[in-house]
Design a protein around this ligand. Sequence first.
Ligand SMILES: [Zn+2]
Length: 165
Amino acid sequence: MDCRTVLKLNEQYLAGELPDSVLAEYLDHIENCESCMDNLMTDYSITKAIYQINHNQDFSTDYSKELYLQLARSRQSLVRKKRNARYRLAIALGLMALSIPLMAGSTYGKAKYYLPEGSKESLRLSYYGLVDEEDPVMQTIRELNDEAVIKLRQLSQGGVTDDGR
Ligand SMILES: [Zn+2]
């Protein structure tokens, strides 16, 4: 960013309307260019004095100190936003890393359900989607499993009817 661009952005910066994408470059220049800092100081003093007149406020005693504070705050807010973005990325990656084994686990999706005590057969069910414990469908299947298996066995042993004879 060159001095001419910085000069044009001063007003926008002082109004707090400089987008973050431009703000970083703008601050980099201001902090390293004496003449642009002087220009900004002049703009700041004039803008602030006009504001104070319009709002019946006393004039500031130290415009340069105020401006340095404002610049420091702008810099801080940029750093904070960058850090937050990094945290968000880290959290997203963490969640992805966590969910991959869960997804893999549920894709293999073969659960074994045993018959009531004393029997030899077993029944295998395959499923997709959620982890077993969190899958409402699987929960229901588990609850009905014993009942269903008894019924299946009765049917395979020669068409025994509902009443269990
Ligand atoms: Zn400059």
